[in-house]
Design a protein around this ligand. Structure first.
Ligand SMILES: [Fe+2]
Length: 187
């Protein structure tokens, strides 16, 4: 999904490959967060939230131990920044946030919206698209949000989630078998 959006946003070659790796490893820092916090179904306390918010720095530190992953580490470090500067860990805003991190951020948010969580059901595509548009110039860069919503990317995203729901989730989580698929996005 991130590679599709990165390509549409103009990334090529090594930059696209760096994005690809960062998208897979963006939450690697959660390995250092206690399971009791990660699997908590209720609202996190302020101190628990602060602990969760250390995961981009932890992930970046892990990746920087390999000289070949320094650029990946930079994207991972900033994947929770917001376009309006209200994110973490650095509070970067706008184009000061690496493009790859902006792409991972919007794909991560879409993934969170479309999939079931212990505390709520996943949204249908239409609801998700509305949320993405609502987040324009606040959480997300408007240009990237438009690329996600417009054809043909929205169809690529939807088909990805249909595939995940049909094949992956029944294998990794039998309780999800037969879950309701997101609605086909309108043309
Ligand atoms: Fe994250």
């Amino acid at each position: 999904m991130a590679v599709q959006l990165g390509t549409a946003a103009g990334l090529t070659g090594e930059d696209l490959e760096t994005l690809h790796i960062a998208a897979h490893l963006h939450d690697i820092g959660k390995i250092g967060i206690p399971d009791a916090i990660l699997s908590k179904t209720g609202k996190l306390t302020e101190s628990e939230m602060k602990i969760v918010q250390t995961h981009p720095v932890l992930g970046s530190t892990i990746l920087r131990s390999s000289p070949t992953l320094v650029n990946v580490a930079r994207l991972v470090l900033h994947h929770h920044e917001r376009w309006d500067g209200g994110g973490y860990p650095s509070g970067l805003a706008g184009t000061a946030i690496p493009l790859g991190s902006r792409i991972v951020a919007i794909c991560d948010a879409i993934d969170a919206m479309l999939t079931d969580r212990p505390y709520r059901k996943g949204m249908c595509w239409e609801q998700c698209a509305e949320e993405v548009l609502r987040g324009c110039n606040r959480q997300f860069e408007a240009r990237l949000a438009r690329l996600v919503i417009e054809n043909p990317l929205r169809r690529v995203f939807w088909e990805y989630y249909q595939t995940i729901a049909l094949f992956t989730e029944p294998i990794i989580c039998f309780s999800n078998f037969g879950k309701k698929l997101p609605h086909l996005p309108p043309d």
